[in-house]
Design a protein around this ligand. Structure first.
Ligand SMILES: C[S@@+](CC[C@H](N)C(=O)[O-])C[C@H]1O[C@@H](n2cnc3c(N)ncnc32)[C@H](O)[C@@H]1O
Length: 240
């Protein structure tokens, strides 16, 4: 399906509203967009983040990052883009680093808000786990993660078995499921309980599990994929 540019813009604007409504994004926050692509999320955010706020994005696609630098970073001093030379079957097949070994180029607890839109849905489970660890490291206590996934609830397996799902996640891989055993990165899903478990392990409390995406044939959807919003635990203050 060819997505018209207008749709591309509209999706970015819709996500910006979800970041504000469910993610608690504020104009003065510092945020990170992992797998920022060609700025679909960054462009509408230029109209929202104030001079006190700042956006960082990184992506394994070099040309994508260059486009963002030329068209967004050049105009907005508080928007920064980094190329990460991380292997990705589709986006950076010559990448020197494996995603499971990649340390994000940011200090601990730098960000109030971290987003991944349509990234974990193409990342193998081991890499996804490592990114979760890095996300927890760079989030401030009380900061939030807003990420899209394809999430398999119990009823999904029945629907998949009947061949009725838009995406047919019938092949198990490690801790997830894929639509194509020969090309697992094409689309990856996780069971809800597994995601709850790994969020818990990373001290990330799920504060919103938004309605399932339209991939699952639900009609009451907010986006193509499912959305989880989680908050990093704050240390309990000791009372003297
Ligand atoms: C489906 S696109 C989504 C782009 C953007 N988030 C959006 O919503 O328009 C996936 C993006 O993730 C990037 N990517 C894939 N694997 C990555 C990794 N391990 N680290 C950083 N970026 C990655 C790709 O280069 C690509 O730009």
């Amino acid at each position: 399906m060819v997505v018209a540019y207008k749709d591309y813009e509209r999706v970015g604007q819709e996500f910006r509203e979800l970041f504000i409504q469910y993610g608690g994004l504020k104009p003065g926050m510092s945020m990170l967009d992992i797998g920022c692509g060609t700025g679909r999320m960054a462009v509408p955010l230029t109209e929202y983040l104030s001079g006190h706020g700042a956006y960082w994005g990184f992506d394994s696609g070099k040309k994508r990052v260059q486009w963002c630098r030329d068209h967004i970073g050049a105009k907005f001093a508080n928007f920064h883009f980094e190329h990460s030379d991380v292997y990705s079957k589709y986006y950076n097949p010559a990448g020197k680093l494996q995603p499971g070994d990649y340390t994000f180029p940011y200090e601990n607890e730098k960000f109030d808000f971290v987003i991944l839109i349509s990234v974990f849905t193409h990342m193998l489970p081991e890499a996804m786990l490592h990114y979760m660890k890095e996300i927890t490291r760079v989030l401030k206590p009380g900061g939030r993660l807003f990420a899209t996934y394809s999430i398999l609830k119990d009823d999904q397996f029945r629907i998949i078995g009947a061949g009725k799902n838009a995406l047919d996640f019938r092949y198990p891989i490690q801790t997830g499921f894929t639509i194509d055993a020969n090309d697992p990165e094409s689309s990856i899903a996780y069971q809800e309980d597994y995601l709850k478990q790994i969020f818990g392990q990373h001290k990330l409390e799920i504060v919103h599990h938004l309605r399932q995406g339209d991939w699952s044939h639900k009609t009451n959807f907010l986006s193509r994929q499912d959305i989880l919003v989680a908050e990093k635990a704050s240390p309990i203050r000791k009372v003297k």
